[in-house]
Design a protein around this ligand. Structure first.
Ligand code: HEM
Length: 136
């Protein structure tokens, strides 16, 4: 059979620098969200203390990038779409989320090929959250 073969290179988790690399990206993401007035609407949706959210996004992205599955196993049955379903994500706040993530990817210097792939996949997620927000 002549199927498509997915190349098994280093995982995105390894390429981004493992646990430390993911944490650097997440910190850059929430730091820019806190600092940049363009993301004020998105920031206001979050708890005043972003500490626990920083830990969660680090855990989630580690699994999503092919790293250790500890975080998601502890959160049994965690679904990222369901978690956001009642947050009334709009096109505007989804756009702010992606813009902040792009800032963070650039700031920590994620290699361009990986940054582009993450941008594409995360954009689809963010877009789907905005549809869900509209659907109620
Ligand atoms: C599209 C726009 C998005 C908005 C407006 C948004 C907003 C939020 C808000 C308000 C929270 C609650 C955290 C708090 O209160 O501090 C949250 C949690 C979270 N978000 Fe998002 N989010 C978006 C997209 C995403 C995407 C694309 C991902 C994953 C790639 C993601 C991953 C997470 C995770 C892991 C948590 C923590 C959940 C938990 O620990 O229960 N978010 N988000």
């Amino acid at each position: 059979m002549d199927g498509t073969v997915i190349e098994e290179k280093a995982s995105p988790y390894e390429r981004i620098g493992g646990a430390e690399g993911v944490r650097r990206l997440v910190d850059a993401f929430y730091d820019t969200m806190e600092r940049n007035p363009a993301y004020a609407e998105l920031r206001a949706m979050h708890e005043p203390d972003l500490g626990p959210t920083r830990d969660s996004l680090t855990g989630f992205l580690s699994v999503w990038l092919g790293g250790p599955r500890k975080w998601i196993e502890k959160r049994g049955g965690f679904c990222i779409m369901s978690r956001h379903a009642k947050m009334n994500v709009t096109g505007a706040t989804a756009g702010q989320w992606m813009a902040a993530m792009r800032d963070a990817l650039a700031e920590v210097g994620v290699e361009p090929e990986l940054a582009e792939k993450m941008d594409g996949a995360l954009s689809q997620l963010a877009e789907a959250m905005a549809w869900r927000g509209k659907a109620g």
